[in-house]
Design a protein around this ligand. Structure first.
Ligand code: NAP
Length: 523
């Protein structure tokens, strides 16, 4: 889209919010509550952000539904009924739409509108925003609720344009779904998206090939229909549960074992790991307080999971290929799935090791590996992840004071204060941005906390007649150093080939981009 498009006269708002996922929707609510004029601009043709675009089969949140929901309205949390322990994508999308309608937010959200320009005007001290529809806006505040896993990444692969079948990315899934019945399907990637999708595709496809480069650890989600007694209990104790989540390092109510994995007996350690496997999903990473800081404790948990894989997958060669080696458990985002490993016992599923021999090219009829092996495919699914944390912001590339573009300011990696603000970009707020807990936490909790911080800040500025607020360079540098120091105390620092470090996106600086590691201070 041309950046020099003719625009109409600018419309004025107190705040422009970019995006209408969980963060954008709550931002609209909060700015309206302050009595300020606000408009959210959303590129998609519906609200929901991540949950609008990631419609692949099996898409589901790996934080419990009773936790992964807004806390700002007690009426809302009391009246909404989640049908499962972990909510599916359609249910979360229905929930966000319910919230938008219940609080009459839709009238301040404009869909099908992509922001292509955002520039701070040094003279007027306001933001100038342009969209792909040729509209212009001026606003005192701009809130980047653009998501941290919102720019789908299809790796550059020779020959993709020649492929005669269909191909898709998990993060940009067609609304009407894909019919894979009777088809030969190839899934590239074995991260969270793939592990949720693979068992379901396997039931429908004629044959499913899973092209795995790096095996990751997948926990059984242990999902089940919502139990009425659990729902009743949560609803009776929501204030305490929300308070606990806010105060926890991870923004949710998952039980943490505060013991060191080293201070317990072998039998107790084994029992705890079994217990975590049975609890399912991300609970494994709360098994011991030092699971992400002590290599030995981490290895005990990793080997425990490898042995589970070996017990589930009948073919020993496939089982071994699925076992992550040289990867601390949890340092690539832990996956949570249902019947993921069991799926490899099916006759119509093949695991293809593309670490040994990489994908050389896509052909008219499928794909070919470097070693010459060829696979005939009707459908290729890229479960290859996202230009994470900074992708959506870099795409807009806002210009701050003196016209300095964000990409230039972040040339050596993202720098923020609290993950919320950037020096040189006054009145621009990022929700769950780099340097905040973000995807390392329950996103809804983190989003609420950030949006409330922004709203409190805007209220203060309005009451005191302040035109701008901006992080000082010193505060930003100190915060970024703090985040990196904390990351370096963990095992994440030994597994840098992940999207947490931007390593999955060609050309990006490999720097830690996520969180404050607040739990370390409690260790
Ligand atoms: P991802 O974790 O980044 O995984 C991408 C996969 O694609 C990796 O296995 C990667 O292999 C592989 N890959 C990339 N390029 C490749 C190539 N050229 N050839 C072969 N393989 C290639 O992406 P994701 O699964 O979409 O998940 C992203 C994040 O979204 C998750 O970590 C999670 O935070 C979030 N998510 C959450 C849920 C949930 O709540 N349950 C569900 C889905 C996603 P390498 O590892 O070798 O690079």
């Amino acid at each position: 889209m041309s950046q020099t498009m003719q625009t109409g006269p600018a419309q004025n708002f107190d705040a422009i919010v970019v995006g209408a996922g969980f963060a954008g929707v709550y931002s609209v609510y909060k700015f309206r509550e302050l009595g300020l004029s606000v408009k959210a601009l959303e590129a998609g043709d519906g609200v929901g952000g991540t949950w609008f675009h990631n419609r692949y089969p099996g898409a589901r949140c790996d934080i419990e539904s009773l936790d992964y929901s807004y806390s700002f309205s007690n009426e809302l949390q009391q009246e909404w009924h989640w049908t499962e322990r972990y909510a599916s994508q359609p249910e979360i999308l229905a929930y966000i739409n319910h919230v938008v309608d219940r609080f009459d937010l839709r009238r301040d959200i404009q869909l099908n509108t992509r922001v292509i320009k955002a520039e701070f005007n040094d003279q007027t001290q306001r933001w100038h925003i342009e969209t792909d529809a040729g509209e212009a806006y001026e606003a005192k505040y701009v809130v980047m609720a653009t998501g941290v896993l919102s720019v789908a990444q299809v790796p550059s692969m020779a020959g993709l344009e020649t492929f005669k079948g269909q191909w898709f990315h998990t993060g940009d899934w067609p609304k009407d779904g894909i019919d894979v019945r009777g088809k030969r399907v190839g899934v590239i990637g074995t991260g969270s998206s793939a592990t949720q999708m693979v068992p379901i595709l396997a039931e429908q496809a004629q044959h499913l090939y899973v092209f795995q480069r790096t095996p990751n650890y997948t926990m059984p989600a242990q999902n089940h229909p919502m139990k009425p007694d659990i729902e009743r209990d949560w609803k009776a104790h929501y204030p305490e549960r929300r308070k606990f989540a806010r105060a926890s390092g991870f923004g949710h109510n998952q039980v943490t074992n505060h013991k060191s994995g080293k201070e317990v007996s072998d039998a107790e350690r084994r029992t705890e790991l079994e217990n975590r496997w049975d609890l399912g999903g991300l609970y494994m990473m709360r098994a011991f307080k030092d699971i992400l800081t002590d290599p030995q404790v981490n290895e005990e948990a990793a080997e425990f999971v490898r042995n589970k894989i070996r017990a589930i997958v009948k073919d020993p060669e496939t089982a071994e290929a699925l076992c992550p080696k040289d990867l601390y458990i949890g340092t690539k985002r832990l996956c949570s799935g249902t019947y993921y490993y069991e799926t490899y016992n099916r006759n119509n599923v093949s695991l293809v090791n593309v670490k040994q021999s990489a994908i050389k090219q896509i052909t008219e009829t499928g794909l070919e590996l470097e070693n010459g092996d060829a696979y005939e495919l009707d459908v290729i699914i890229f479960a290859t992840g996202f230009d994470a944390m900074t992708g959506a912001l870099n795409r807009i590339n806002p210009k701050g004071r003196g016209g300095v573009p964000l990409r230039q300011a972040w040339a050596h990696g993202p720098q923020t204060y609290l993950g919320l603000t950037v020096h040189g970009f006054p009145n621009m707020f990022i929700i769950a941005g780099p340097g905040s807990p973000s995807v390392f936490s329950n996103m809804v909790t983190s989003i609420e906390q950030h949006v409330e911080w922004v709203a409190d800040c805007a209220a203060y500025m309005q009451q005191n007649g302040l035109a701008t607020i901006e992080a000082s360079e010193a505060a930003q540098t100190a915060w970024t150093q703090h985040v990196n120091e904390m990351a370096n105390k963990t095992l994440y620092a030994y597994s840098k080939n992940t999207w947490f470090y931007g390593a999955n996106t060609p050309g990006k600086p490999v720097v830690w981009a996520c969180r404050k590691f607040s739990w370390l201070t409690a260790c």
